[in-house]
Design a protein around this ligand. Structure first.
Ligand SMILES: [Zn+2]
Length: 211
């Protein structure tokens, strides 16, 4: 069996969080090292002892061919454009949902650090939705799936809408500087997203003041 690759440390940790110890404990102090498997494959190895029952935990992931640089502060990236080998689309959707649900619907009462945590959770939720999209084949279906996922995942999450809208403003509007073969595909994706995002922006519970 080919050892699945973890594209980033964040993806490896997320995968380990999805696979708790037999006693149910998720966390364990994780030390990581790079090892060579008996098949001669370079792998990252995470190991540690479960704090609840003392069980030895160990996870091995193939090192990706291209190691991604860590993202800037406030940004979450689980991997490159290729789909995950560790987590399937349904799991990514559940992950997005769990992150989004960890944020209270009413953020007005949160202090600054609570808001920062809420934002970090929503950034992770959006990144997990982006992972679902990487499984969708290129072409028209991809655009339809993209807009459907966008509308579905942001419908119940007013603050995630704001993050996605600012993300979109960065990427979508940046298209005017894009040249080359990627332009038509990007144009189709962003054009289809505009009405969906406009409708989400216009909803009364989206926390954006009108100018
Ligand atoms: Zn345990």
């Amino acid at each position: 069996m080919v050892l699945p690759a973890a594209r980033t440390n964040a993806e490896a940790h997320l995968y380990m969080d999805l696979h708790p110890c037999a006693c149910g404990e998720i966390h364990f102090p994780r030390t990581s090292s790079v090892v060579t498997t008996p098949d001669g494959v370079l792998a990252s190895r995470y190991a540690g002892t479960c704090p609840q029952d003392g069980a030895e935990r160990e996870f091995l992931f193939r090192l990706p061919e291209r190691v991604m640089p860590p993202p800037p502060d406030g940004v979450m990236v689980y991997g490159g454009p290729e789909p995950s080998e560790l987590i399937d689309p349904g799991e990514w959707l559940s992950i997005a949902d769990a992150f989004a649900r960890s944020v209270p619907a009413d953020t007005a009462s949160l202090a600054a650090d609570g808001l920062a945590t809420a934002r970090a959770m929503l950034v992770r939720a959006v990144a997990a939705v982006e992972e679902v999209l990487k499984f969708i084949p290129a072409g028209a279906d991809r655009v339809r799936h993209y807009t459907r996922c966008l509308a579905g995942s942001l419908g119940g999450e007013p603050w995630a809408r704001v993050i996605k809208l600012s993300d979109f403003t960065d990427n979508g509007v940046g298209m005017i500087h894009t040249v080359g073969p990627r332009t038509p595909g990007l144009a189709a994706k962003y054009a289809a997203a505009v009405p969906v995002l406009r409708e989400l922006l216009d909803r009364p519970d989206t926390p954006c003041r009108r100018a």
